[in-house]
Design a protein around this ligand. Structure first.
Ligand code: NAD
Ligand code: ZN
Length: 375
């Protein structure tokens, strides 16, 4: 989850006393249908020498597909197919890093992640851990990474998370689900080729796209809002409306959702997410519910916090014919509810963004339980 990723955002936004955060951005980005074909040329100047490979971490949904044959593998480059069935774990990152260290005498030239938020986050984390000592769990938190990461490239194949622009990589660790938030996390290069999102099934397209929509609603209705976040958030929201409520061709829709994701990610970079993310984090932690669908499951019941947003959400769900699963929390014990509530309530900056400093007078364990019970 990206929900607790910017706890330090608090010290930044609008807070002159603590100083404004100096935010890193993706250094290079290429956009356009078919631009994936230029990947070989893009990587060439970054190759250290023939012994230093590029490692491609690729969603295993692409194994044996035409896309896999187009990955520009030369010399001793390697493609590693990874399942996105589960969201990334610190142990998984550490295993990948060990494998790469074992198989090569030299550090690779770089890491390329091809897939959704899961693969993008894995690529970011592996590139950091190849140049920094110890296991990835050590770096979960804020600005703990000491050395620049290896050159890393992100190539999204499903749009919405904003992971392609963010300075975090969210990992499930032994103790917590928390991002490695650092200036070194951000990609050096992003390849935005809308054609790559063609195979995404309708449900996934909706859930991941709604992550972007919810980023916009939470950012635009938050107390941390500022002109920077607003400018990106409004654009992303407009694009989401076109995609999910308008009458675009599939091609236009893919282009626009890719740019919505980018702008939505930029919007929360300089503000924060809110109620849906805080509560979805509880669901993810206890039940392993994935980020996109988890946000939707919570958001549908948040009309009291985001009346216009929920109304729009309902229109989108209806127009797209999506049926959200029900009864997710039906069989949970009191202890389970307590766990989810504790996890959600620990996301202080998210609540403060959503409801202001007095949020504790509104958000009580009983209140959260009553919402979870509806899911
Ligand atoms: P995902 O990467 O988990 O992928 C979802 C499903 O879509 C998978 O089954 C995958 O195989 C499939 N898929 C991907 N591309 C496809 C394609 N072109 N055709 C067919 N199937 C395809 O989904 P997501 O919603 O993009 O990412 C969720 C992850 O992103 C979570 O782990 C979450 O924590 C993380 N996240 C990170 C940030 C960040 O800023 N770093 C922000 C939000 C979410
Ligand atoms: Zn999100």
């Amino acid at each position: 989850m990206d929900s607790n990723k910017d706890i330090e955002a608090k010290k930044v936004i609008g807070s002159k006393a603590a100083g404004y955060r100096n935010f890193p951005m993706v250094s290079r980005v290429i956009f356009g249908k078919g631009c994936f074909n230029q990947l070989g040329d893009i990587l060439l100047p970054q190759r250290k020498h023939s012994e230093a490979p590029f490692i491609f971490l690729v969603d295993d949904v692409f194994e044996g597909t035409e896309l896999a044959t187009r990955i520009p593998v030369i010399f001793n480059d390697q493609i590693i197919f990874v399942s996105a069935e589960e969201e990334p774990k610190t142990s998984q990152v550490d295993a990948l890093v060990q494998k790469i260290r074992r198989e090569y005498t030299e550090l690779p030239s770089g890491i390329v992640g091809i897939g959704g938020g899961t693969l993008l986050d894995l690529a970011k984390a592996v590139s950091i851990l190849l140049t920094n000592k110890g296991g990835s769990a050590v770096y979960q938190g804020w600005d703990l990474v000491q050395k620049p990461a290896l050159y890393h490239v992100g190539i999204p194949t499903v749009s919405g998370t904003g992971a392609e622009v963010s300075r975090t990589t969210v990992l499930l660790g032994p103790e917590k689900k928390l991002g490695i938030n650092s200036d070194y996390t951000t990609f050096d290069q992003v390849v935005l080729d809308p054609n790559l999102t063609q195979g995404v099934c309708k449900e996934q397209w909706f859930y991941t796209g709604m992550d972007c929509f919810i980023h916009c609603i939470e950012s635009l209705n938050g107390t941390y809002l500022n002109a920077f976040s607003q400018s990106y958030g409004e654009k992303a929201l407009e694009l989401c409306k076109e995609v999910y409520l308008g009458a675009l061709t599939p091609e236009e829709s893919r282009d626009k959702l890719m740019m919505a994701s980018w702008h939505g990610g930029m919007s929360i970079a300089y503000s924060q997410v809110g109620v849906a993310h805080a509560m979805s984090y509880g669901l993810g932690y206890l039940l392993g519910v994935k980020h996109g669908i988890g946000n939707c499951l919570v958001f549908q019941h948040l009309e009291e916090f985001y009346p216009e947003g929920v109304q729009l959400f309902n229109q989108m769900i209806e127009k797209q014919g999506i049926v959200l699963p029900k009864g997710i929390c039906a069989a949970l014990s009191d202890t389970d509810y307590d766990t989810m509530i504790e996890v959600a309530m620990s996301m202080e900056p998210l609540w403060e963004n959503a409801l202001g400093e007095g949020w504790r007078s509104v958000i009580t364990p009983e209140k959260l339980k009553s919402i979870y019970e509806k899911i």
